[in-house]
Write a protein that binds this ligand. Structure first.
Ligand code: P6P
Length: 341
């Protein structure tokens, strides 16, 4: 039984230039995850449940736990000296940490502190997603927006916490994907899934089929492909959609499958945010041997231009993503970014 902290330290040699800072940073995330997990587990008992009446930058109803998780992760990341700034789904602008502790900070963190929060009131799995980059601007100066607008392939680390039937923290630093399960009696994360690999093929597809009539033709063709009988390819596949990206992704990572959130007329760039949902999940996907694209391009090659920009998102088992990309090329090539100049 090895703990998350012991594992991170044991793997520290993979980052000789990090001099322990990344280890400390991941430790901050571990701490915040425990605090948020405790509140989620008693959400039905205290006045945490329900919407605040406020809206976040996405115009989405902010649940009280959204704000709680946002504050706890910000506080944990500021408390030590490795992080010079944070971007969050719950914050319109970047949050700058420029106290004395941050005079040598090298890292910025982007996060969705509580993804799928509309599921809180109905006791369905939610998650935290995080993405870590080295800053580009000079150390010792206040962090700037450009430090956050980096393409996904520059991520130093990424991961998520899935608050489900058990609470797990899954992360990568570019050396495989590793999962840790929390022992609630001790509040300790133990290594439970080392070197996670997503099966090349799967029989699960995850998409909100309520939007079917609005989907691009390529996506409609793929959904029908999933539903056709073909014993050679184990079709028809099974449809599973939880409405929480972390939960759907985590299941597909273990069992194989594909998660899709395409663009459609009322959501021309899809719904999911590139920087703190798609890029971290894409990093994990590729590290686990899967594929993540916008239907045409590798997600982690997209050059961001705005903090909260959205992108169509297809990720999971490599053969399944390649299949939907083939349908997109054949039936929805006009959706390709090059068509939009
Ligand atoms: P819809 C949650 O709001 C989220 O960002 C993802 O976690 C989830 O997969 C998706 O949106 C659900 O969106 O439009 O299907 O309800």
């Amino acid at each position: 039984m090895i703990t998350l902290g012991e594992y991170i330290v044991a793997k520290q040699h993979e980052f000789p230039e990090a001099s322990g800072e990344l280890t400390q940073l991941l430790g901050s995330i571990r701490l915040a995850a425990k605090v948020v997990n405790r509140e989620i587990n008693k959400a039905g008992l205290v006045d945490i449940i329900g919407a605040t009446g406020a809206e976040n930058v996405q115009g989405e109803q902010q649940q009280k736990l959204d704000l709680y998780a946002n504050e706890k992760f910000k506080a944990a990341l500021e408390a030590r000296g490795e992080v010079c700034g944070v971007a969050s789904e719950e914050e319109e602008d970047i949050i700058i940490f420029n106290g004395k502790k941050q005079s040598h900070s090298k890292y910025v963190v982007l996060m969705d502190p509580l993804d799928g929060s509309s599921n809180i009131d109905v006791n369905v799995t939610v998650g935290t997603i995080f993405s870590i980059y080295r800053r580009l601007s000079p150390v010792g100066t206040p962090v700037i927006l450009d430090d956050f607008l980096q393409p996904g392939y520059k991520q130093v680390a990424a991961g998520y916490v899935v608050y489900g039937s058990s609470t797990m923290l899954v992360y990568t630093t570019g050396h495989g994907v590793h999962g840790f399960t929390c022992d609630p009696s001790l509040g300790v994360f133990y290594l439970s899934h080392e070197n996670m690999q997503i099966p090349q093929d799967g029989v699960i597809y995850s998409i909100n089929e309520g939007n079917y009539i609005k989907f691009p033709d390529g996506v409609k063709k793929y959904i029908k492909y999933c539903q056709e009988r073909d014993p050679q390819t184990s079709r028809p596949y099974t449809s599973r959609y939880i409405g929480s990206l972390v939960a759907d992704f985590h299941r597909n990572l273990i069992k194989g499958g594909i998660y899709m959130y395409p663009s459609f007329a009322s959501a021309p760039k899809g719904k999911l945010r590139l920087l703190y949902e798609c890029n971290p999940i894409a990093f994990l996907t590729e590290q686990a041997g899967g594929k993540a694209s916008d239907g045409f391009r590798r997600i982690m090659d997209i050059e961001p231009t705005e903090l909260h920009e959205r992108t169509p998102f297809f990720c999971g088992s490599i053969n399944m993503v390649q299949q939907v990309e083939a349908f997109m090329a054949q039936y929805s090539h006009e959706e390709h970014p090059e068509f939009h100049g």
